[in-house]
Ligand binder design. Structure first.
Ligand SMILES: Cc1cc2nc3c(=O)[nH]c(=O)nc-3n(C[C@H](O)[C@H](O)[C@H](O)COP(=O)(O)OP(=O)(O)OC[C@H]3O[C@@H](n4cnc5c(N)ncnc54)[C@H](O)[C@@H]3O)c2cc1C
Length: 463
């Protein structure tokens, strides 16, 4: 019997018949996530190969046994949730075992008194949201990919959603979690909102992209469904004008649930649109809305028809549904002849406008088009979407990639962080040294102690 067959037999004994998949088409599909091929030049992209198999465990005990087997046989394990990660965190860069967690999708408890829910890590965000809605609660975390992303994937990338302004990032919602560490030990952290009893080890897993262990369960904060949502679309003459208004809103101590601001829409040529929402009880929302709108009026904002705000809110998950219908598209070069990439960076508020100005100079000098610049959730979280025409060879793609790299290095030199929401994966791994300095060595040493055989999602985040 071949080595591979022996492994497959042992895995089948752990998870049961039918839960170890080896069909080549399925392996090929799961070897990739949502990183578009056009965002990484072929020369820079790590080789991706089909995994040995996909395994679908049902319990923490099964995950533990799989990890022990992988360690014994020195086989990589790649945790896989919804596969919607944009940085290649779930790519199979070394053939191994893809651990597809989507059968671990039980909602174990909804504790309305404590405002928390305990779920298995493969639970899709939208299914938890629907269950909570039936009980008069919401999850709070509401990314574009609500219908596809899992709790485990969202925690592992410390994902941010539309309503992050009041509910926080996915990581901030985690009260406690359970994870299988690379050596097979099960780590459980206490599900409390605050503790000062030593270092909270949940932070090994929050944003850990599966490199420090596999999250199997999490207890997350949930919120009573808001009594009211006030939603507005406001047009400003320029990015700077809108930025000033948003800063003033925050300086007043207001905390909008949604801030989605950008200058790229063709229909508002030259201007920048702010989608702004407050959520909560009637009286508080009415007061917040009044103050925020008067700031926007004073700063030259012009209110767009209410239908525009409603359309924005209604359509916010459409792109994820499209992604689910055609995942394959991400592996192929864009058919419209344009390479696209973006940056999502965090900067001190005082530096956002100067960074934007310097970035535009770099982008123009390199012959790249700026399609949009914007803010999400708070004034310090800044993004740019870039595009360049495909000239039929790979040169344009390389120019785009080098432009992104230059922008990220500039952010880091200005004291900012290169990414605020999608993680590092393989796409940004080469910037980790500058991002963390000696901190990267600390992370590597921690990883070495926990995962001496480097089986846990190798090749990601600079490990
Ligand atoms: C169209 C589109 C829109 C998007 N919009 C947003 C957005 O609004 N906000 C945002 O933050 N992101 C967004 N993303 C990115 C993506 O949806 C998020 O990163 C999401 O949190 C990933 O969840 P997932 O379950 O799909 O994880 P996956 O892609 O399966 O995995 C992501 C990483 O986590 C690891 N992992 C997965 N499960 C576990 C586990 N149980 N334990 C340990 N490690 C694990 C994987 O190995 C990988 O490194 C978008 C992506 C697309 C394609």
């Amino acid at each position: 019997m071949s080595f591979d067959q022996k492994i497959l037999d042992r895995l089948s004994r752990i998870v049961g018949p039918g839960q170890v998949i080896t069909e080549p088409e399925r392996l090929e599909e799961i070897s990739w996530d949502a990183l578009s091929a056009g965002r990484m030049h072929p020369l820079k992209r790590p080789g991706v190969s089909n995994p040995l198999c996909v395994v679908l465990p049902l319990s923490t005990a099964e995950v533990r046994e799989i990890v022990l087997l992988a360690n014994e046989e020195r086989l990589p394990i790649i945790p896989y949730g919804g596969g919607s990660g944009l940085m290649g965190g779930a790519l199979s860069v070394r053939p191994g075992i893809v651990l597809d967690l989507r059968r671990m999708n039980k909602i174990l408890a909804v504790d309305k008194e404590s405002c928390s829910a305990t779920v298995q890590a493969g639970t899709v965000l939208e299914s938890l949201e629907k269950r909570l809605n039936e009980e008069g609660f919401i999850l709070g975390h509401d990314p574009w990919t609500l219908p596809v992303a899992t709790i485990g994937g969202a925690i592992s990338t410390n994902s941010l959603g539309y309503r992050g302004g009041i509910y926080g990032s996915m990581g901030e919602q985690v009260l406690g979690l359970e994870a299988v560490l690379p050596n097979g030990e099960v780590l459980r952290t206490r599900s409390v909102p605050k503790s000062s009893a030593g270092i909270n080890l949940k932070f090994l897993l929050i944003g850990g992209e599966g490199c420090f262990g596999i999250i199997t369960e999490a207890t997350v904060r949930i919120f009573p469904a808001p009594e009211k949502r006030a939603l507005h679309a406001i047009l400003f003459e320029s990015f700077e004008q809108g930025y000033g208004a948003i800063q003033r809103i925050f300086r007043q101590g207001l905390r909008p649930a949604v801030v989605d601001f950008g200058d790229g829409g063709d229909e508002f040529r030259g201007g920048a649109v702010l989608y702004l929402a407050f959520e909560g009880n009637q009286e508080t929302v009415a007061a917040e809305e009044k103050i925020a709108l008067s700031i926007c009026d004073r700063d030259g904002g012009r209110r767009l028809p209410q239908e525009e705000a409603e359309r924005f809110w209604r359509d916010r998950h459409i792109i994820a549904r499209r992604f689910m219908q055609n995942r394959r598209q991400r592996r192929e070069r864009g058919s419209d002849g344009i390479y696209r990439d973006w940056i999502h960076v965090a900067l001190p508020g005082s530096k956002v406008l100067s960074f934007r100005k310097a970035a535009i100079e770099i982008i123009e000098r390199r012959g790249v088009h700026l399609q949009e610049s914007g803010l999400w959730i708070q004034p310090e979280l800044f993004s740019m979407r870039l595009g360049i025409e495909d000239e039929g060879d790979d040169k344009a793609q390389l120019v785009l990639e080098e432009t992104v790299d230059e922008l990220l290095r500039l952010v880091q030199s200005m004291g900012g962080s290169m990414e605020y929401t999608h993680g590092v994966g393989v796409k940004l791994a080469h910037h980790m040294e500058k991002e963390h300095g000696y901190g990267l060595e600390v992370m590597r040493q921690i990883k070495k102690v926990l995962d001496p055989n480097n089986i846990m999602n190798p090749g990601k985040m600079g490990f």
